[in-house]
Write a protein that binds this ligand. Structure first.
Ligand code: SF4
Length: 376
């Protein structure tokens, strides 16, 4: 039996709440451009608890609330916030930074309030790469050790990796580390120019095609792979069910190295194919209560201090338009994958200043455009 389709116009499956911008790290690609201390306009405890109450407006089963930052461990009133999410039955996951604040006491507090899953960022297979990006020496070792602790404490762990030129050749080695650490989910972000986004490190479209085809291959080793700001991974997953990829040199090199490290994989892929994208199935609430389609798309849709999150999600005109792939332009508008993929709306906005434009990092030429070109 097919699972009941999810109506993304009614509710998201994930609410990302950047509860604070405070963080002791200084990552070069930080979406939040995090700071050492909280900003003066950060929602106070009363406002934070009021926002959490609003989530009930979506009705049960509630979306998963992802507490992120900055470093969520620096959020003032964190324990009261977790207590309230537990009382209301809102499933909550946390995305802390790898700092000394993530310790035994923190794990105990999370368990007490029913947090079952955590995510950590690991952006390289070596301290050279990861520590360079994070801005502090020793963060790579700390993150790998924390990953082991989190799993041994009984939490489900997701590792987040942002791909860029400096780390792309480390993906096979990184996959090996994740498998050895028994990480269940690998969430791979493509770079968006926002916050401290390191623009010169962005890959070109063909390199992305190679990398995401490689990730489809990597998922055959038994790790679930998801992507952020690269919904064309779903197009690739569908294509790979039908045909093999005659990849470019980067793909071949990554596959070859992986087989040398890990042997041949199983045939079954574990790529994740839910049809969410910015503002469709996911929504982002900033530290000050402003609501954006995602953390990478800085368009203000409203504020949870003035309207409820369910009202904004269901009724904001920009968001309603963004969810309908018929409104997309360029290749994404003509594409047979527009509904299940639709391209990164954040990247369209960054490149064209238009949230409805095509995703310039996808190589795909839709069938209707191919037909037009061959008719000329
Ligand atoms: S052209 Fe747009 S909709 Fe089509 S696969 Fe590429 S990103 Fe997705």
């Amino acid at each position: 039996m097919n699972p009941r389709p999810i109506d993304y116009n009614s509710k998201p499956i994930l609410i990302f709440w950047e509860a604070t911008k405070a963080c002791d790290l200084a990552c070069k690609h930080c979406r939040a451009s995090a700071l050492l201390e909280a900003l003066p306009d950060e929602m106070n405890l009363e406002e934070s608890l009021s926002f959490i109450e609003q989530i009930k407006g979506f009705g049960a089963p509630y979306p998963v609330l992802i507490l992120t930052g900055g470093d969520i461990m620096k959020k003032r009133g964190l324990e009261e916030i977790l207590k309230r999410t537990k009382e209301l039955g809102i499933p909550t996951s946390m995305s802390p930074s790898a700092t000394p604040l993530l310790n035994e006491a923190a794990f105990e507090m999370m368990k007490k309030y029913g947090v079952k899953s955590l995510s950590l960022s690991l952006d390289g297979a070596s301290s050279d790469t990861h520590d360079w990006l994070r801005g502090y020496l020793g963060t790579f070792d700390k993150t790998v050790n924390l990953a082991r602790s989190i799993i041994s404490e009984g939490f489900t762990l997701q590792i987040n990796t942002t791909i860029f030129k400096r780390n792309v050749h480390e993906l096979p080695q990184l996959l090996k580390i994740l498998l050895e650490t028994k990480v269940k989910t690998w969430e791979v972000f493509s770079l968006i120019k926002t916050g401290r986004g390191i623009d010169r490190e962005d890959l070109d479209p063909q390199a992305y095609e190679d990398v995401f085809n490689y990730l489809e291959f990597a998922s055959r080793y038994g790790i679930s792979v998801r992507t952020v700001e690269a919904p064309f991974f779903r197009r690739i997953m569908i294509e790979r069910e039908k045909t093999t990829y005659n990849g470019g040199p980067l793909y071949s090199k990554l596959v070859e190295e992986t087989v040398t490290l890990l042997g041949r994989p199983a045939d079954k892929t574990k790529g994740h194919t839910s049809q969410t994208r910015d503002g469709k199935g996911i929504i982002f609430v900033a530290h000050n209560g402003d609501v954006n389609p995602s953390g990478f798309l800085p368009i203000k849709l409203g504020s949870v201090k003035e309207k409820t999150i369910s009202d904004i999600y269901r009724n904001n005109e920009t968001l309603v338009s963004l969810r309908d792939s018929k409104n997309f332009k360029g290749r994404c508008g003509a594409c047979e994958y527009s509904d299940i993929c639709g391209g990164s709306r954040s990247r369209a906005y960054t490149y064209f200043g238009d949230i409805l434009q095509e995703d310039p990092r996808c190589v795909y030429i839709p069938e209707s455009m191919k037909a037009l070109n061959s008719a000329k």
